[in-house]
Design a binder for this molecule. Structure first.
Ligand SMILES: [Zn+2]
Length: 1009
């Protein structure tokens, strides 16, 4: 599953601190949540017509529920008394079933706390007495009424004798049930059937126990609405010239399959599935497997039967009902690959690029993992609205359409790379996730970390010259997650979760980005070939099954043993996966013996006050086993030392070739997941090296030094002037990556100081570094004549980075050029601004020119039909300095049909990024909190993203108190998502109190000297 990680074009106004949508020059890499989130309150037209049958079922069910409740109480009392078997017959299935179960607020036992704790349906996990082996799921989907009904027949194996059948069901109206033994057609007696909504389970209590070992069939009849929320089985629509068209699609991960059929909805309960869907013949149905029969029913209906799946978990099962068309290609091995989208988009070739790379990536992974793809086909479905950027359903990947449908008018190389990475992510999941599935959600990083890491590896396969894994990985992944993971409110990558409502909470950036960073660290200390062999063995050993982290560690250890190396990978990796955060490694030269280095490790944390007051981070025993690479260099060359393992708080190591004049550098190419600090003398030597001959230090390390220095200073480990002195060398820097790293930290720092009365001297200092390279690179020559200029990806990215910094920090020529480009467009009505520069050009124009530009771009937004262009236009409207216009924009985003739901959140976050909009966005957020919370309560990632987006640059004592006061008044449970926000604002306030003066003091002296 891919969360939104949109690298925005709007560089000057993006944030770097929390949200991923920043600072990669180009659009966001992977994943989307907030992007498709719906902000607008529901309107009548979005209400769903409830099928008459369900209304009737509901009425009957209330009565049934009352009876069921009474009977179940009696039964459960009896069950408790005799421990296993009740001899009392208590009604039959047909008498008590048919409850509109989501209405039941109380299960039989909920008034008895003590007993309840022991009841099988009151546990957070399903009882282990039954295991499903096969499902036959027959659905009837009515796209006219937006309802569906189903009959699911589940073959279960009884492992322990039990009278209770407990399986997941949520918001389903269960209308009947039958249970039979495999060798008999006679139904077993069902005493009662009820829903326990607290745990989203359906309970059948039988009159006689199922015997172990034994095989049984459980058949359930139910109905439900096609949801209007973006989870479970939900509807989508789009507008063609003639009409509004609907489609319906599923999103089951992590716990929403239970909204569409009663099932054992935990990843470990793998089974085979045979799905058939009856639907109106004007639509077509898609699912994980190909169709193997189509039956023409009466009237307008047809039934499509899908082939049986291999063993799989419920969360990546999927289906869709739409009237899309497709394009198809085949891999060398004969696997069908298709892209499905709206007919006009397929026709104009928008999906062609995705189709091409999907085929190549499928072949790449088959080769890399040495295991053929498991299914006969892979469909990539592009839908208008989706809660995530994409979902890896086996054989039926679903994407938000703007991510995989490229429009040549606005699609620059950055967009193309984003598409590539997200497709690489989802296809990787066909192995890591679908073929081999984590045992439980605590190890979700096992699939997400790998899929995220392989975004870079897969892209390097297609475009080896981009060096994504060596380069962009650092600025887009490592540096970002190290910010989040440096907070005391972070958490270990493997975190215990039990309740369904907590499972969504594990899908934050830690499993994705830290997971990828740890995997990259392992790959590097093992060596790529041995690592690859270990992965192949791991997948082969667990295919069609489940595996945990220890299974991975043991296969990697074996792979190392085969080449004669003995590393206890589990012991090493447990300290990275079970402890939160990461270490800062401080390397200090020994005064007397110059070739001896003292290496210390401690838990890196931004707010050192938190370290002493937060129990989780006050633990001084935090220790990591650190694979530290050290190089020694002097002005003309660098030599690499072998890796050393740091296991203790403090260690001393003798380093060859280290003398008085040489510097040392730790964590080469930032392959390790930690920060490195040095004694001040060594920092000075490194700065001198960068000023005189930067290329002696690798590109990755130049970017790493910048990021480490700024963050060490922000957290108070390093004087404030060191990072500012480091960036003095940038006028010599011709590579994109160090500029990108610098841009990230500078924009971040800028938002911390943008309300300081001396902000101008900070701005001038940055301009001094940017101006020489701006003058050197200038604007692309095609900016005005629209001809294609051939430039390498890195060159284009560098130019974009520098231009957007120049416009952001106020180089007059940059402003003039941006205004000129916009005026041209307004005069000629021809937009000749290169696509990859549009966001910051629009933004600069809106912030500097009069209100007519705002109106012009707002009108362009309304008239444009290109999804990406619309998004760029809308977000740039947040760059206005006019609070009246910003207010108007916020109101339009929240309440108008003119702003698509999926962009509204980003608009709000963008408004919060500018000093003029910060108060507005924060106030609007507080006023509308209950609406946001009711809309996204279930999607924690979206709500957290919004909370952090509007609060992360609050930095005064007054704002902090406002935030705390606001959180204090929230209902219980709502406050959990604010812990990180409060910590960041506290750290901002502390930085202002203790360190801001030091920064400005140095800046004043520096500019005067
Ligand atoms: Zn994923």
């Amino acid at each position: 599953m891919a969360l939104e990680d949109r690298r925005e074009k709007g560089m000057p106004f993006t944030q770097m601190v929390i949200e991923e949508d920043s600072l990669r020059n180009g659009r966001g890499l992977s994943d989307q949540w907030a992007d498709s989130a719906v902000v607008r309150p529901r309107t009548t037209e979005r209400h769903i017509t409830v099928h008459k049958r369900l209304v009737l079922g509901f009425a009957i069910s209330i009565l049934g529920l009352i009876i069921a409740t009474i009977i179940a109480v009696l039964l459960s009392v009896k069950f408790e008394e005799c421990g296993h078997e009740s001899s009392r017959r208590a009604g039959n299935a047909s008498a008590v079933s048919g409850g509109r179960l989501n209405q039941s607020r109380e299960s039989p036992s909920s008034r008895d706390g003590g007993r309840r704790a022991r009841l099988p349906w009151a546990q957070p996990r399903l009882p282990t007495s039954l295991r499903p082996s096969h499902y036959d799921l027959n659905l009837m989907v009515d796209m006219a009424n937006f309802t569906f009904s189903g009959v699911v027949t589940i073959q279960v194996d009884c492992m322990d004798s039990t009278k209770h059948i407990v399986l997941h069901a949520d918001k389903l109206a269960v209308e009947g049930a039958e249970v039979t033994a495999a060798n008999s057609s006679a139904p077993l007696g069902i005493a009662t059937l009820f829903l326990h909504p607290e745990n989203q389970v359906l309970v059948l209590i039988l009159t006689q126990p199922l015997q172990a070992p034994g095989r049984y069939t459980v058949k359930l009849y139910y109905g439900a609405n096609i949801s209007d929320e973006l989870l479970g089985f939900f509807r989508n629509w789009f507008v063609t010239k003639e009409e509004r068209r609907f489609l319906a699609v599923t999103q089951f991960s992590p716990t929403h399959a239970r909204k569409t059929f009663p099932c054992f909805d935990e990843p470990v309960y793998k089974a085979t599935f045979r799905i058939s869907i009856k639907h109106q013949s004007t639509y077509l149905a898609l699912s994980n497997m190909p169709v193997d029969a189509i039956i023409q029913e009466d009237g307008e209906w047809i039934t499509e039967q899908f082939a049986e799946t291999p063993r799989m978990s419920t969360y990546y099962l999927a289906w869709a009902i739409c009237n899309f068309t497709s394009k198809e290609t085949f891999t060398d091995g004969g696997i069908s690959v298709r892209v499905y989208a709206r007919p006009n988009l397929i026709q104009q070739g928008s999906g062609d690029y995705t189709l091409h790379i999907a085929k190549r990536l499928l072949e790449f992974y088959e080769d890399y993992f040495n295991i053929s793809y498991s299914l006969p086909k892979l469909d990539l479905l592009a839908v208008p609205e989706f809660p995530y950027a994409a979902m890896e359903n086996w054989g039926l990947n679903v994407f938000v359409e703007e991510i995989i449908l490229l429009d040549p008018e606005v699609s620059s190389i950055s967009y193309l790379l984003d598409t590539t990475m997200i497709v690489a992510h989802e296809i990787c999941h066909q192995w890591f996730g679908d073929l081999v599935t984590p045992i439980w959600w605590e190890d979700v990083w096992l699939k997400e970390g790998f899929a995220h890491y392989f975004e870079y590896v897969g892209t390097d396969y297609l475009y080896s010259e981009f060096n994504m894994e060596d380069q962009r990985f650092l600025t887009d992944n490592l540096h970002k997650v190290m910010f989040l993971d440096g907070l005391a409110s972070s958490h270990p990558i493997s975190q215990e979760v039990l309740q369904a409502k907590d499972i969504d909470r594990v899908f934050d950036w830690i499993p994705y980005k830290k997971g990828a960073a740890l995997i990259r660290m392992v790959a590097n200390f093992m060596g790529q070939n041995v690592f690859q062999k270990g992965l192949q063995d791991f997948l082969a050993a667990h295919m069609y099954g489940n595996a945990g982290r220890n299974d991975l560690w043991s296969k990697l250890k074996e792979a190392l043993q085969k080449i004669g190396k003995n590393v206890n990978i589990k012991e090493v990796m447990d300290c990275w996966t079970l402890q939160m955060g990461y270490p800062v490694v401080t390397i200090v030269r020994n005064e007397r013996n110059v070739d001896i280095l003292t290496v210390k490790q401690e838990h890196f944390i931004y707010d050192l006050n938190r370290k002493s007051t937060t129990p989780a981070s006050s633990n001084n025993s935090y220790l990591w086993k650190i694979p530290l690479t050290i190089a020694v260099g002097n002005l003309s060359h660098i030599s690499t030392e072998a890796m050393i393992w740091i296991n203790n708080k403090t260690e001393h190591h003798q380093i060859n070739k280290l003398d008085e004049s040489s510097w040392f550098l730790g964590n080469l190419n930032q392959t390790g997941y930690f920060r490195v600090n040095y004694d001040l003398r060594n920092w000075r030597l490194l700065i001198e090296q960068l000023m005189i001959k930067p290329k002696v230090i690798s590109v990755g390390n130049r970017a790493g030094l910048i990021d480490d220095a700024f963050n060490l200073a922000r957290a108070g480990y390093l004087p404030q002037n060191i990072p500012l002195e480091i960036i003095k060398y940038l006028y010599k820097e011709k590579e994109f990556l160090p500029w990108h790293a610098a841009s990230n930290v500078l924009l971040d720092l800028d938002r911390l100081v943008d309300r300081n009365k001396e902000h101008n001297i900070f701005r001038q200092y940055i301009l001094k570094q940017v101006a020489p390279i701006y003058n050197l690179l200038g604007w692309p020559e095609d900016a005005l004549n629209s001809s294609v200029v051939q430039a390498s990806y890195q060159t284009k990215e560098l130019q974009r980075e520098v231009l957007s910094l120049a416009c952001k920090f106020g180089i007059v020529l940059c402003h003039e050029k941006a205004k000129l480009l916009l005026s041209e467009w307004m005069e000629t009505d021809q937009n000749r601004i290169p696509p990859n520069l549009r966001d910051f050009v629009y933004c600069t124009g809106i912030s500097l020119m009069d209100d007519n530009v705002w109106e012009f771009l707002w009108n362009k937004y309304q008239s444009s039909t290109v999804i990406l262009e619309r998004k760029i236009l809308l977000k740039s409207l947040a760059c206005s300095k006019n609070t009246f216009l910003l207010n108007r924009l916020l109101n339009l985003s929240l309440s108008s049909h003119l702003v698509p739901d999926q962009i509204a959140l980003e608009v709000i976050i963008n408004v919060a990024k500018s000093p003029n909009g910060r108060d507005l966005a924060w106030k609007m957020f507080q006023d509308n909190w209950s609406m946001f919370n009711s809309r996204f309560g279930e999607a924690l990632f979206i709500i957290s993203r919004l909370i952090n987006g509007v609060t992360e640059f609050l930095s005064t004592e007054i704002e902090l108190n406002e935030l705390k006061e606001f959180v204090k008044n929230l209902r219980k449970g709502e406050d959990a998502s604010f812990a990180q926000a409060i910590e960041i604002v506290e750290a901002n306030v502390r930085w202002h109190d203790q360190l801001e003066d030091e920064l400005f003091h140095w800046l004043r002296n520096s500019l005067n000297s």
